[in-house]
Design a protein around this ligand. Structure first.
Ligand SMILES: *Cc1c(COP(=O)(O)O)cnc(C)c1O
Length: 407
């Protein structure tokens, strides 16, 4: 059901436009300016030094002392990269599922000739680490070679406890690799690759890392490096070995580097790692998310909005999935056209384009985001609720402001 009876807000869609979708995120002007330059020499000099400097900073974001590689590609490229470097055809991988991104990773695995088994936890709750442990204990022959866990599933906005999965794997004495998809969460939700015992972590540059889409990152430890020895579906381009310790610069990327993106990423990492600090960025995202939840918890009403994830502990600090039966699309369209605010479409909750699909939307709140940006986004949603006469409770914006300034 589409609602075409939107009340105009008298042309308030002019002026600056805000993109509040869960990737790509807002690119800071500083990052854009850093990219605005002539092409550099790719053989020696500034670009080469700059590229070397990115690796330790990327590791700081992933919280690992092990290896970091950069691929010219998106998140899907890193799905393929991590699997190709750690598996042989016919390997079994276990995928705990909390949303549609688990399906995407599994499809990539199948395409590489792996066998995929899902443990489905639905679209609204975190993974049950104990259930993963129970499945691993059954696997006496250690057929399962990896557990592929999406840290934050961007479709459902469910965040799972990756450290708890590691504990269960250890308690089960199971040797599988733990691989974590941190595409949505890195730089936003707390993630500790080494401390949590994650063997492989993957991320993209266009979400918490505030850089235009086009680079993917694969982090891996020594155990994952050993798995590389039996990998039989990895080809030259995807091989992480030369990318990790390139004997010559172009091996970083197996060809020409993503020149301008590297300058952009340098600037973004200066902001995230050296100016704000990763831990402070986690804090900021936590507080902004709590403000958003506070508003929505007030707005929730029968026949109106409902946050997809009920348990606060299982909610991402980077993205929020919202249920609004029948009117999700109408709210998005109104906020975009009348208020200059673009919200994310629903993903994976109902078949794309179906009647039911119109009953969802998502808010991206990852990366370059201040208290002011969050209040602007919430203000746009509040205005849409009122303009479209969608039933909602009072005091949402007030509750958000209080959450932002709370001790
Ligand atoms: C965005 C995202 C991906 C896919 O990234 P693309 O760059 O769109 O290929 C994979 N997993 C998660 C959790 C994501 O948020």
């Amino acid at each position: 059901m589409r609602d075409d009876t939107t009340k105009s807000a008298a042309g308030l869609g002019y002026g600056p436009h805000t993109l509040a979708i869960p990737g790509p995120s807002i690119v800071p002007d500083r990052v854009l300016r850093a990219m605005h330059r002539p092409s550099p020499n790719i053989y020696h000099g500034e670009l080469v030094d700059l590229t070397h400097s990115l690796i330790p900073d990327l590791k700081r974001v992933a919280r690992t002392e092990h290896n970091a590689t950069i691929y010219i590609g998106n998140g899907h490229a890193t799905w393929e990269a991590c699997l190709a470097n750690t598996h042989a055809r016919g390997d079994l991988v276990l995928i705990p599922r909390t949303g549609t991104f688990a399906d995407g990773w599994g499809e990539m695995a199948r395409g590489l000739g792996l066998r995929v088994e899902y443990l489905d936890f639905g679209n609204r709750d975190a993974m049950d680490a104990a259930a993963i442990g129970a499945r691993l204990r059954e696997d006496k022959a250690h057929e399962i070679r990896s557990v592929l866990a999406v840290h934050v599933d961007t479709s459902s906005s469910v965040r799972s406890d990756i450290a708890a999965i590691r504990s269960e794997m250890d308690a089960a004495g199971h040797p599988a690799l733990l691989q974590a998809d941190c595409m949505a969460s890195m730089g936003c939700d707390v993630f500790e690759m080494d401390e949590w015992g994650v063997d492989v972590a993957i991320a993209g540059c266009q979400k918490g890392l505030m850089t235009p889409a086009g680079m993917g990152f694969v982090f891996y430890n020594d155990k994952a490096a050993r798995a590389r020895a039996r990998a039989d579906c990895v080809t030259g381009y995807w091989d992480w070995v030369p990318r990790t310790e390139p004997e010559i610069y172009f091996r970083y990327f197996y060809g020409t580097g993503p020149t301008h993106h590297l300058y952009g990423l340098r600037e973004a990492l200066d902001m995230l790692v050296h100016e704000e600090g990763v831990e402070q960025a986690w804090e900021r995202h936590g507080r902004l998310a709590r403000a958003l939840w506070a508003a929505f918890e007030r707005w929730e009403a029968p026949g109106g909005l409902e946050l997809n994830v009920r348990d606060r502990a299982a909610r991402s600090h980077a993205v929020t999935s919202v249920r609004l039966p029948e009117r999700g699309t109408a709210l998005r369209e109104w906020s975009e056209q009348e208020f200059g605010l673009t919200l994310g479409i629903g993903l994976g909750m109902a078949p794309l384009g179906s009647e039911e699909w119109h009953g969802f939307f998502r808010v991206g709140h990852m990366g370059h985001l201040s208290g002011h940006s969050m209040m602007g986004t919430l203000g746009g949603i509040d205005a849409a609720l009122k303009a479209l006469a969608i039933p909602h409770g009072d005091g949402g914006l007030e509750a958000a402001t209080r959450a932002l300034v709370a001790d």
